[in-house]
Design a protein around this ligand. Structure first.
Ligand code: ZN
Length: 276
């Protein structure tokens, strides 16, 4: 509970910090810790910023793309994305890939990001993407859990699929661990805000077996940092909690990411414009 609270407050700050993203000019990701607030660069930088206060409501605590859902942290009903759509009813969101059946649902925003990613993969000649599962409501998750058992599915509320931010992606070529689609995702998904949520080398942290098909939307610049540092979401959130403030340059744009504990005042101060 505590962790999730932290994350959402952090995301609130982030909303005011993000700069519009432009097409790739470079793929470098440069991360800098701003933890030492007496660092002269940081002090100067802060002094020159105009800030404003954001008031945080209790309901805000459970919002955002960085929500952590695992066996320990469950999905709150208010965390479910409100822009869930049935993909089959939105053919404009289904360009460049297929769906396993006509009932697959997903956050509209995430579907758009996925389509952008697939368009880039298509340009690289990788064209066999197939979504096999997207958003699942608690009832569907429970049915899956009861039918498949704990080896294959998580209980209702403990699956990221219940948020609307995760999807399972297959390949029409072969199984994802060997398919060009799987390899492409592993290498490039971060550029579009997605991460492979259950990698082979992080089973001891995630508690979930290797799933080359399950991707999660966290958004940029988070996906870039996670890729650069080889962090899964659990590790990334601990890292932010420890650092409190970092600066990252992605695609030629500079972001500052700040982490606010929920136990702090209900108002947080963020810069109005972070363009450097
Ligand atoms: Zn999945």
């Amino acid at each position: 509970m505590k962790k999730r609270v932290f994350v959402v407050l952090f995301m609130l700050g982030l909303c005011y910090l993000l700069i519009k993203i432009e097409p790739f000019l470079q793929e470098d990701v440069k991360i800098k810790s701003l933890r030492l607030s007496n660092n002269s660069d940081t002090s100067q930088h802060k002094a020159s910023q105009t800030t404003r206060k954001i008031h945080v409501e209790n309901s805000d605590i459970y919002q955002g793309n960085l929500l952590l859902v695992n066996k320990q942290f469950t999905v709150q009903q208010e965390s479910v994305r409100t822009d869930i759509v049935n993909l089959f009813d939105h053919q404009n969101l289904m360009q460049g890939y297929g769906v396993l059946d006509n009932n697959i649902r997903l956050s509209e925003e995430v579907a758009q990001k996925f389509m952008d990613m697939v368009a880039a993969a298509n340009k690289d000649g990788v064209k066999g993407f197939l979504i096999s599962s997207g958003y699942r409501d608690f009832k569907q998750q429970n049915a899956l859990y009861e039918e498949m058992g704990s080896e294959y599915a998580l209980p209702a509320g403990n699956s990221e699929h219940n948020l609307g931010l995760s999807l399972d992606v297959g390949s029409t070529q072969s199984k994802m661990s060997e398919a060009p689609e799987g390899r492409w995702i592993e290498k490039n998904a971060w550029k579009y805000g997605f991460v492979l949520r259950y990698p082979k080398d992080k089973i001891d942290i995630t508690g979930i077996k290797y799933e080359p098909w399950h991707i999660r939307y966290v958004g940029l610049p988070h996906s870039a940092i996670m890729h650069e540092r080889n962090y899964v979401l659990e590790e990334y959130l601990s890292y932010l909690q420890e650092e409190r403030e970092i600066s990252v340059k992605v695609k030629g744009k500079v972001y500052t990411i700040s982490y606010y504990p929920a136990s702090q005042t209900p108002a947080i101060e963020v810069p109005i414009n972070l363009a450097i």
